[in-house]
Design a binder for this molecule. Structure first.
Ligand SMILES: [Zn+2]
Length: 411
């Protein structure tokens, strides 16, 4: 391909991505409104939109009467267009979803994989679940746009492998993206679950902070740091690893080999083990999520009713978590912090009020106006992340300045 032809193709892809992003953020939206939001010419927008309607990506969805009284057709993603599969993989469960191009979930399946050796059976089960979920959604597997794998572990995004220190038994170093893609004959994309969900929140859910910290609390902690609409990975892929911030140098031993990491002092496990003396960390880690949740609910009720031990456990949890979050705020100064997890879902007001107060005591004065918010549906947040791994491919071509301009633009 000649240089000028190559440049033309890139420009066209960039313009198309800008149009798609404007529709993702503002649908239903007219061609004139897209032109205003993207600063592309109306003729350019019309040409791109016509092609996207012809290939089934977009549909006209109604009429809007413009400021001069002229009717304008509104556009949105075609809900019957190519669907997307997503999977959230943890050490004990596989959640698989199929969604339409509007990121609306059409079908969900959950499989308990507790005790499974992923090396021998994991790929078969995952491929099978994706196939069945497609059938549940009345979609042909081969018609899917792609599969997003959102993994509760460290992931090398470029190589498509789970980190060698993986907690998902048997999948350390396995090239999961290549193997699943060969099996399903579909494009597959993978990332750490919290990073994927944070990116999806920015692109699909209307979170326009641009620079945000996302923290999830479960058996351990997950964290993603977005700066100027990009996930910060760092030189070795470990940026934003809030779970291994040292809080107490003499604290409990962490899976990373150090002592007193936040991971060991501010998780679901830590909270319930502080409350029930007969529960060891190992036993607590192996509890199914529903049992862990009911212990958390019981503990929060006890704390609210004034039980001193439960009160101490909750204060210790929020104090330690606040230390970790405040340290990251002081380092990176994000615009907002979003926190998700079972303990937040169980008592968002109580936990967030305590957490907010502790964080604000420790951040530098100019950052005390920071927004600190709860994500109330953390499962939905993580599942959307897997879908966003596929939908987000439309925007990878965009330079971050374009992303920023389009996301914050007002119509
Ligand atoms: Zn650690």
């Amino acid at each position: 391909m000649s240089y000028s032809k190559h440049r033309q193709t890139l420009l066209r892809r960039n313009n198309e991505a800008q149009v798609l992003l404007a529709i993702r953020k503002h649908a239903p939206i007219s061609r004139a409104q897209i032109a205003k939001a993207t600063k592309l010419s109306l003729a350019c927008v019309c040409g791109i939109v016509d092609d996207l309607i012809a290939d089934g990506t977009l549909i006209e969805t109604g009429t809007f009467i413009g400021p001069r009284g002229r009717p304008m057709e509104l556009l949105e993603f075609n809900p019957n267009g190519r669907a997307i599969a997503g999977a959230w993989l943890t050490h004990d469960s596989m959640h698989v979803v199929v969604a339409n191009p509007k990121a609306e979930i059409l079908a969900t399946r959950v499989t308990n994989v507790s005790g499974l050796d992923f090396a021998s059976d994991g790929l078969d089960i995952l491929a099978n679940e994706i196939q069945k979920c497609s059938e549940d959604a009345n979609k042909e597997l081969e018609s899917l746009e792609g599969v997003g794998l959102s993994i509760a572990d460290k992931v090398d995004r470029l190589l498509g492998i789970i980190d060698s220190a993986s907690e998902i038994s048997g999948w350390s170093g396995v090239p999961i993206v290549r193997l699943l893609s060969e099996r399903l004959k579909l494009p597959v994309y993978a990332d750490n679950d919290v990073r994927a969900a944070a990116y999806a929140s920015q692109l699909l859910e209307g979170d326009i902070s641009g620079s945000s910290l996302y923290v999830t609390i479960s058996r351990g902690l997950g964290c993603a740091l977005l700066y100027n609409y990009e996930i910060i990975s760092g030189s070795h892929g470990v940026a934003g690893e809030i779970n291994h911030i040292t809080i107490d140098r003499n604290g409990p031993k962490c899976i990373c080999g150090n002592k007193g990491c936040l991971n060991t002092l501010a998780s679901d496990i830590n909270f319930i083990c502080d409350l029930w003396d007969d529960l060891t960390q190992e036993n607590a880690k192996n509890l199914p999520l529903n049992e862990r949740r009911s212990l958390i609910e019981k503990g929060i009720r006890m704390a609210i009713s004034g039980d001193p031990k439960a009160r101490y456990a909750l204060e210790s949890f929020t104090h330690n978590l606040a230390l970790g979050i405040a340290n990251i705020i002081n380092l990176f100064d994000p615009q907002s912090v979003s926190v998700a997890g079972t303990i937040i879902e169980v008592a968002p007001d109580v936990v967030m009020d305590m957490l907010r107060a502790e964080i604000l005591k420790r951040v530098s004065p100019p950052a005390r106006g920071i927004e600190i918010k709860a994500i109330n549906d953390w499962l939905g947040f993580l599942l959307k992340g897997s879908v966003g791994l596929v939908l987000g491919q439309q925007f990878r071509v965009l330079h971050k300045d374009n992303l920023e301009a389009k996301i914050v633009s007002k119509l």
